[in-house]
Design a protein around this ligand. Structure first.
Ligand SMILES: Nc1ncnc2c1ncn2[C@@H]1O[C@H](COP(=O)(O)OP(=O)(O)OP(=O)(O)O)[C@@H](O)[C@H]1O
Ligand SMILES: [Mg+2]
Length: 359
């Protein structure tokens, strides 16, 4: 680092022309000069005073730092808390060693940059807000773990129902067919026919329950194909035109995100079937962008009054579908919005950011 050799007296005149507070100190922290700006903000400092740091140990630390700056010529760069009467002032101090000619006086030129002055109660409020945010993050993580555990349990139940109970039913059906060969009376055959019909019903019911626990289509085809298929089947059953599209670059979704979006489609289609009179077209779009996946479900049916869709009003009317959708999306850290206008259809939008989430 080059040695700065500056005549102190002319430097003092230059300092007075500077708008920022600058003080000239000797290495023990004695103030040799303060410029006008420093006089204005540090009225207690008078030439030959010591720089009034808040606490004794700060004053000592400052002296050490100044001596270090003087000895090593490394610019001093520290935070200072100065006591100005009853007020505490915070600065960032930047000091540079200067010399009054070769072998002359060595001084530290300290440039004080006031730090944003915050009242203590603002700091406390900020701390409290940070603690609250942390607590909310922890609660969200616990909820997510519970949600995942719940989904895993449902998946296990669905698998057990399909793989174990389902196999027993297949075995029973084969047994009935074998038994049929040994029965020749019309009454016996009729009984066996009834047994088989009831068993078919049990198999269908079992499949329905297993599907409700965990949509196997998700495992078999992935979200896009599963939703496309759900929508197409629904359209055929209701005689309504449907349109499905997936855009953007798809990425692997966490399984709870996939289930959430699939369930949203199921409930939205149920609602359209029940409430969206005169709907002629229903469209679903899944859009991937960066780490965000968005789901948009739109119908051109009768719509409804948007104010009636607030959680408070829905719960007061014993309605759980839309409230449940909002909660599900919130559980996986996403946002949910519903727009509706009487006579102009309804649109649902869910948006989930996968960033930092395990697929
Ligand atoms: N696509 C839609 N078109 C028109 N109105 C709708 C549509 N979806 C929802 N609604 C309105 O929003 C209300 C709330 O829907 P929500 O799914 O919460 O309850 P629900 O379907 O009536 O009952 P459930 O609790 O069984 O779902 C409905 O009663 C209906 O008035
Ligand atoms: Mg509903």
């Amino acid at each position: 680092m080059s040695r700065r050799t500056v005549a102190v007296e002319p430097a003092i005149r230059v300092l007075d022309a500077i708008d920022d507070p600058v003080v000239l100190l000797d290495v023990r922290g004695t103030v040799l000069h303060r410029n006008r700006a420093a006089c204005a903000c540090l009225t207690a400092i008078v030439p030959d005073d010591r720089l009034p740091t808040c606490r004794q140990e700060d004053a000592e630390r400052l002296a050490v730092e100044l001596a270090l700056c003087e000895a090593t010529r490394i610019p001093f760069h520290k935070r200072l808390e100065l006591q100005e009467g009853p007020t505490r002032l915070r600065f960032r101090g930047r000091g540079t060693r200067i010399e009054d000619g070769p072998g002359g006086r060595r001084c530290i030129l300290l440039h004080l940059v006031p730090e944003q002055d915050r009242a203590p109660h603002i700091d406390e409020a900020l701390d409290a807000a940070a603690r609250r945010e942390q607590a909310e993050r922890e609660r969200d993580q616990v909820l997510l773990r519970l949600y995942r555990a719940n989904q895993e349990e449902r998946l296990r139940l669905a698998r057990d129902l399909h793989d174990q109970t389902g196999q027993h039913i297949v075995g029973l059906a084969l047994g009935i067919r074998a038994l049929e060969k040994h029965v020749s009376t019309p009454v016996g055959l009729a009984e066996i026919g009834q047994l088989r019909a009831r068993l078919d019903e049990v198999a269908r019911e079992l499949h329905r329950i297993a599907f409700a626990l965990r949509p196997t289509a998700l495992d078999d085809f992935g979200l896009g194909a599963a939703v496309g298929r759900l929508l197409a089947d629904w359209g055929v059953a209701h005689g309504i035109a449907t349109d499905f599209e997936a855009t953007g670059i798809a990425f692997d979704l966490a399984s709870e995100v996939e289930i959430t979006l699939f369930r949203l489609c199921q409930e939205a289609l149920n609602n359209i079937g029940k409430h969206a009179a005169c709907a002629t077209t229903v469209s679903i779009a899944i859009h991937y962008e960066g780490s965000v996946v968005s789901l948009i479900i739109e119908d051109d049916g009768s719509g409804c009054v948007e104010e009636d869709l607030s959680a408070a009003r829905l719960l007061a009317r014993g309605k759980l579908g839309i409230v449940g959708m909002r909660e599900r999306v919130g559980m996986v850290g996403g946002t949910f919005a519903i727009e509706s206008l009487p006579g102009a259809g309804t649109t649902l939008v869910a948006r989930i950011d996968q960033q930092g989430r395990q697929p």
